[in-house]
Write a new protein. Sequence first.
Length: 140
Amino acid sequence: MFTHVVRVAWGDCDPAMIAYTARLPAFALEAIDAWYEHHLGGVGWYQLNLDRNVGTPFVHLSLDFVSPVTPRHRLECRTWPVRLGETSITFRVDGYQNGVKCFSGTFVSVFVVAREFRKAPPPEDIRAVIERLIAAAPVE
């Protein structure tokens, strides 16, 4: 499991002084991008798209909210792949602040040839990394 730490800022919050609902998926997507960068040797979404012609547009997002997110503590986004299909990948992202679970989400994207926006299997080197990490992932 990979943990990406987010500093929740005052500008991320609404008048109720908790993070805007729309910021939570953005924090989770930031964590997934950081997951790629960490596990692919510095290669995140930007480099995948531009340098390797590999896109990963999302086709499904699901979030369960458990506790409010505030600027009081860092947000730890625990991120890991849970499923790899022929052309899709499913990530789980759980957000915690000060040891309390704030949200849990499932994020599904499809691998595409970026310049053609055509569905394709992930490159073999990326598939190998993902398969290894899924085998070592926590059991839900």
